[in-house]
Design a protein around this ligand. Sequence first.
Ligand code: ADQ
Length: 455
Amino acid sequence: MARLVIVSNRVSMPRERLSRAGGLAVALREALNQYGGLWFGWSGETVAEPSNEPRRARQGKVDFAVIDLSPEEHQQFYLEFANSILWPLCHYRLGLIDFRRAAWDGYLAVNDRFAEVLSKLLRPDDIVWVHDYHFIPLAAALRRRGLANKIGFFLHIPFPAPEVLAALPGHERLVRDLCAYDLVGFQTKTDMRALTEYILHEANGQVGDDGHVLAFGRSLRVGAFPIGIDTEDFARLGEQAQNSLDAQRLRDSLGDRKLVLGVDRLDYSKGIPQRFDAFYNMLSKHPEWRGKVTFMQIAPISRGEVTQYRKLRGELDALTGRINGKFAEFDWAPVRYLNKSFPRNQLAAFYRIAAVGLVTPLRDGMNLVAKEYVAAQNPEDPGVLILSRFAGAVREMGGAVIVNPYDPEQVAEALVRALSMPLDERRQRWQYNMDVLRANTITHWRESFLKALQA
Ligand code: ADQ
């Protein structure tokens, strides 16, 4: 196939360890390693006068090109528009939106500058694959420069229903720019339908059964491409982890207590305070479980400069203290709360040991942790996945115990049920999920998106 060019906000250069939490970086590095091509994006650095001359590197078949942001660009584009406006909007949290026109202008201007730099790196037959909400207007900015390449876009987060999207000043422009892509991919059919509803009812466009869209004088395709994981790799990591030193230490520290595990970036979309509340509820209503179960929440700090994220940290610090203060015994602390990230093999050890994977986002594009948890289980004695009905992954993980994360009592009951579930049922549920994960891997995701883009 022609050269593949991937654009994402944060590019990890070859020597940088992929230690930052984030499904996107892991998924993309795996994709490019196989195809070869160019990865273009932000360096992660801010400098007073950023150059339009990208820094380059090469590793194997992959070229990297990154540019820096100015402090003002970083503020308006990244902290404000992307992470304090689009992120809460797409996660249905209108109350958290902090709209400023300067942020919107900054967002468009950064997209324009990225298009300017990228247009000089592109060859006419390159296939361009742009990732995520930071770059919705990028294709339109490239088209203004006369580029006719095939350009696809994948949105990793949910796409809001038209009524919600309409709260964003400038929503018409955003959707018009989105239609400058040739293919727009979503995690689920629900996200896809949210866009097609908008096209039909707000933009006077047309939508065919096959995802063909006519709008704003352009013709494009839309589709659902649920992202997967490297299933076999996680299964192998899980198996190897079984006998690792980390696994042994964790088991020793638990004694004969069962482990309930949560792993998330520290983000308000993940429903972590509600999850703590559910655990509190379970210990209150089911005293028989006191001293018999430990809840470990791993949540590395993310977007620490954004006010809402700082507030969340304070809230979780207090909740941890409250639960441990109320229920802990001299030889047992109910909650272990860790603000750090772990390498994949260590994470796999934790997944493998956990009797319950507690994944309860209030809204999530997909949620890869749910899938990783399933893949790392021991097939002979698998743990139970408890999954929010608002995670994209729920469409595929029919073997999970499905919950409403806003209902702490229901989640508490689900915990009791999962912790006491008979082996036969656990195996059946796990097998169902694992079959799905084996059929829809990260490779399958990448290939089906690129095939649709090339078609
Ligand atoms: P995220 O919101 O970052 O991704 P998620 O899909 O769960 O959420 O991916 C997180 C990734 O980071 C997983 O691979 C996980 O293993 C890793 N991770 C999380 N905590 C970690 C820790 N403490 N230590 C090490 N690794 C950790 C966005 C969207 C999701 C969508 C993905 C991919 O918000 O909905 O599933 O992109 O499209």
